[in-house]
Write a protein that binds this ligand. Structure first.
Ligand SMILES: Nc1ncnc2c1ncn2[C@@H]1O[C@H](COP(=O)(O)OP(=O)(O)O)[C@@H](O)[C@H]1O
Ligand SMILES: [Mg+2]
Length: 246
């Protein structure tokens, strides 16, 4: 759907504009981590250690990236085990509720960063729930292709559930349409999304570009690999929208 591409490019674009930015990789596949040039297997600490031992200093799992001002909390494949552990914990009423764990762990960092960006896994699991509980806003990237509306619908339901049950202050999500092409099919999907979600669709689109894949191969965001590329420019404008709202 473009989640990881959006998370790492938006985070990088914010950092390039001088904002202190932290990217948090909540996906056990660790694509945002690898895509930022970091090998999660070579690290002595990842997000997983933080969840496993909440007394561990959050700062110990923050790493610098190749981009000035962009830091990352990397993911690890063991996050899947942590996720299962949270589900079990939730099932036992004697245990503390795992929903607010990430929010609690990040509290000491609030003054250190202008923006914290979460990259969430494909499924709506406990990592996603923790992200919703910790976030102020939700950005839903949606590729302009068939079945996209279903994906947006499921994420929107998760937002509504979060707002109703554990995160009343969460703002209405925004949708970023990505991978748009100059074809009729792409236009039809875009029209469909715009009709269903009216004012929630961001005015800036992200075009489909091979440079995005090339950058991924080189473990870089496209905004540093080829800043003049139209997809990179799109992400830079999205960053400007968020900065202007600060
Ligand atoms: N604007 C784009 N143009 C071309 N390829 C893209 C674009 N956005 C994403 N991709 C590619 O699509 C694939 C899936 O994107 P990704 O961001 O990893 O999705 P998700 O994290 O939601 O699974 C990646 O290989 C990525 O390089
Ligand atoms: Mg991803």
């Amino acid at each position: 759907m473009g989640k990881t591409t959006t998370a790492k490019n938006l985070a990088a674009a914010l950092a390039l504009k001088g904002k202190r930015t932290l990217l948090i990789d909540l996906d056990e596949q660790a694509n945002a981590t690898k895509g930022s040039g970091i090998n999660p297997l070579a690290l002595d600490a990842t997000l997983n250690d933080l969840f496993a031992d909440p007394n561990r200093a959050t700062l110990a799992v923050i790493f610098e990236t190749g981009i000035d001002g962009l830091h990352i909390i990397p993911a690890h494949s063991d996050l899947a085990k942590t996720e299962t552990g949270m589900a079990l914990q939730r099932a036992d009423p004697n245990n503390p509720d795992p929903i607010g764990m990430l929010k609690l762990l990040l509290e000491p960092l609030n003054d250190r960063y202008d923006f914290i960006i979460f990259d969430t896994p494909p499924s709506l699991n406990y990592m996603t729930i923790n992200a919703l509980a910790a976030a102020d806003e939700v950005l839903i990237p949606a590729a302009a292709s068939a079945y996209t509306e279903d994906g947006i619908g499921r994420t929107w339901e998760a937002y509504e559930r979060a707002k109703k049950t554990y995160k009343q202050s969460l703002h209405r999500p925004r949708i970023l349409v990505t991978r748009t092409k100059r074809t009729n099919a792409s236009g039809v999907v875009l029209d469909g999304i715009s009709q269903l979600y009216l004012d929630s669709v961001m005015p800036q689109l992200i075009v489909e570009s091979t440079a995005v894949d090339e950058a991924e191969q080189l473990k870089q965001p496209v905004v540093t690999y080829d800043p003049d590329n139209p997809a990179a420019q799109g992400y830079i404008r999205v960053a400007e929208i968020f900065i202007n709202e600060q």
